[in-house]
Design a protein around this ligand. Structure first.
Ligand code: 5AD
Ligand code: SF4
Length: 436
């Protein structure tokens, strides 16, 4: 019996798919190369923007023919989308050939759900809200050198545009000892890079009976023998502490990169977004980070076209981008999410205005990204080799400590290893190099 998992969305979702795979493998399933040969297909979904949902619906429609051809095929939809009651209702009524709808907190029940679905006529739905953290679920990791480790589940911030707190529930931290023993086990298995995951890692541990700060956890991970690189994702500017900056500076394994979503450069919009910081606070954080860690790379997320965003507000964002000079920015058009406060706000922005602002923003940022990459020409970077590059000409591909993609010639035996690469030809989206 074979399975195929299709994943949309953030790193957290990609990691959740590793747990789904772990559970299926424990049941005796093995991975299928193609959708055609799969006996179980799971769509692990994202609902952060309408676009993501649209793609999933397109995929579900496409998979109908597979169901018709093979009635024994089990088709399941999981993840953030199914945590919205209107989606469950829609799929149950309009796409009844879907066999299972399950929330990620119910993933441990998958064997039972598959069994039930084989007998049921209608979709089996299991989206129970539970705040309990299940430890020791099997995880089938997709990489042999880099591992993702969840430190907090859910989010308490309720940014006014965001659906995540509604679909992933309240913030809940894992116990530090559980995290450390997972990292120690990973080190023993030969993993060298650890990526700590949470919606807002900076508020890690505040909800624990014995509170632990994120920077304290980071120091403990840094002490684990065998681990060579540590990254974490995502940071919230309102909670990023001076202690964390000092810890990043002092811990040699913590990489010189931070993802720090700013979302907007206008204080009026930041306040309407419920982000709880100002433009000035953000810029000051960047200054402190760069003072402590001069070569730090900074990436961000930006939304354009939030309700009520004027041209002047947008120019504030554009100016902030020019002032900060991010290494990389993920830019999005605001997307209305049912049930969030921003969806009810007046002055929703027209799509063509959003598109225009997005284009202008991307143009400015792309030039900055290219300029920053140019500065690396001739430098030697430590690269963790991830695999073979996607382009036409096959090269090895990996990342610098600052999270930049480098492509270079070399043997497959280097995959999973740290090598030194001289940057010969920087481009906007990747760097070409020569192994030394
Ligand atoms: N519309 C557009 N972008 C959004 N994001 C979150 N919610 C929305 C939305 N409704 C973006 C934010 C966040 C990233 C993961 O997705 O920038 O940081
Ligand atoms: Fe969404 Fe804000 Fe929570 Fe991030 S911090 S998941 S943007 S509510």
């Amino acid at each position: 019996m074979k399975y195929k998992i299709l994943t949309w969305g953030c790193q957290m979702n990609i990691h959740d798919s590793e747990t789904i795979a772990g559970i299926l493998q424990n049941m005796g399933y093995s991975p299928a190369d193609t959708l055609k040969e799969a006996d179980v297909i799971i769509l692990n979904t994202c609902c952060v923007r309408e676009n993501a949902e649209r793609k999933v619906y397109g995929r579900i429609a496409q998979l109908k023919q597979f169901k018709l051809r093979n009635p024994n095929l089990i088709l399941a939809v999981s993840g953030c989308m199914v945590q919205q009651p209107h989606v469950v209702e829609y799929i149950s009524e309009k796409l009844p050939y879907v066999d299972i709808l399950f929330g990620i907190k119910n993933v441990h029940k998958l064997p039972e759900l598959i069994e039930n679905a084989r007998q049921a006529e209608f979709p089996v739905v299991e989206v129970m809200e539970s705040s309990e953290i299940k430890e020791n679920l099997p995880i089938e990791r997709m990489d042999n050198s880099r591992a993702w480790v969840t430190i907090t589940y859910g989010c308490n911030n309720f940014c006014s545009y965001c659906i995540v707190p509604y679909v992933r529930g309240r913030e809940k931290s894992r116990l530090p000892e559980d995290i450390i023993s997972e990292v120690e086990a990973l080190a023993k298995e030969g993993f060298i890079e650890i990526n700590l995951l949470g919606q807002n890692v900076n508020s890690y541990g505040k909800d624990l009976e014995k509170p632990v700060a994120f920077h304290e956890l980071l120091r403990r991970v840094n002490d684990v023998e065998g681990i060579k690189r540590i990254r974490f994702l995502t940071s919230h500017p309102k909670d990023l502490s001076d202690e964390l900056i000092l810890t990043m500076k002092e811990c040699e394994k913590v990489c010189e990169h931070i993802h720090l979503p700013v979302q907007a450069g206008s204080n009026r919009i930041l306040s309407k977004m419920n982000r709880k910081y100002t433009r000035e606070h953000y810029i000051n954080l960047i200054k402190k980070l760069r003072e402590a860690i001069p070569n730090i790379a900074i990436s961000t997320d930006i939304i354009v076209g939030f309700p009520g965003e004027t041209e002047e507000d947008f120019l504030d964002t554009l100016n902030l981008v020019k002032e900060v000079e991010f290494d990389l920015a993920y830019t999005f058009m605001y997307s209305k999410r049912k049930g969030t406060p921003a969806a009810e706000m007046p002055d929703q922005i027209d799509d063509d205005v959003k598109k225009d602002r997005l284009n202008r923003l991307m143009q400015v940022q792309d030039a900055i990204t290219a300029k920053k990459n140019m500065e690396l020409k001739g430098t030697v970077q430590e690269v963790l080799v991830e695999g073979i590059s996607r382009g036409k000409i096959k090269k090895l591909s990996g990342r610098t400590r600052t999270n930049k993609v480098v492509n270079f010639d070399g043997g497959r035996d280097l995959i999973g290893k740290l090598v030194n690469v001289e940057i010969t030809e920087p481009h906007t989206w990747s760097l070409l190099g020569r192994i030394i």
